[in-house]
Design a protein around this ligand. Structure first.
Ligand SMILES: [Cu+2]
Length: 203
């Protein structure tokens, strides 16, 4: 959602899953539940998110204190990665055979391409399992950092982001510059030792 400061947004959320509970929340803001299952609630309070079981519905009003593009999405990273939102998990590990980095288990080439979905904001989750810091960079695109080592961030735009050793960083990216783009570590020795991959746009 693109929001202005002080703007109020009404969201109506249905958990249409037959098997999963979901907790959905706006990034950095609270929401006020006004109805549950279509019935008005008597006492409404601000809450950080909505936990909805299978078939539950909620109407809520959010007061947007953080202007810009606000994500309203699943808070559980595992569920987000399975499609509750558009997320790419990028696991960074030491490479094999003397290479400095592996991306999802492979060093360039032959790494698997990172796929972004057209017309959507895509979340990249950089999960650094290794002992070295990596300043990662994606050519021709800008990251909006959404979580830095456990801390939520809003309106932080960069094109190089440090993923410290044994931590994770999450960033959203708007695919607005078509064509293959190189994803790499900006530490030259790491790139020389094959820490890179190509990013493509999925149809
Ligand atoms: Cu590196």
């Amino acid at each position: 959602m693109r929001v202005r400061s002080g703007q109020r947004a009404l969201v109506r959320v249905v958990n249409a899953s037959a098997t999963l509970e979901h907790t959905v929340a706006p990034a950095g803001d609270t929401v006020q539940v006004i109805a549950l299952g279509g019935n008005p609630v008597a006492a409404s309070q601000p809450v950080p998110g909505l936990r909805l079981a299978q078939g539950e519905r909620a109407d809520a009003i959010g007061e947007m204190k953080n202007p810009g593009v606000s994500i309203f999405g699943e808070t559980n990273p595992t569920q987000r990665a399975t499609g509750a939102r558009c997320a790419n998990s990028i696991i960074i590990e030491p490479g094999k055979d003397g290479n400095r980095g592996a991306i999802n288990g492979k060093s360039y080439p032959p790494t698997d391409d990172i796929l972004l979905h057209k017309g959507r904001r895509n979340r990249l989750v950089f999960d650094n399992h290794g002992p070295m810091d990596h300043p990662v960079h994606l050519h021709r695109h800008t990251f909006e950092i959404t979580r830095l080592v456990g801390e939520r961030c809003v309106r932080v735009f960069k094109d190089v982001v440090l993923v410290p050793a044994r931590t994770s960083v999450e960033a959203d990216i708007l695919e607005n510059n078509p064509g293959p783009a190189l994803f790499q570590c900006h530490q030259q020795f790491h790139m020389d030792f094959r820490f890179m991959a190509l990013m493509h746009y999925a149809e």
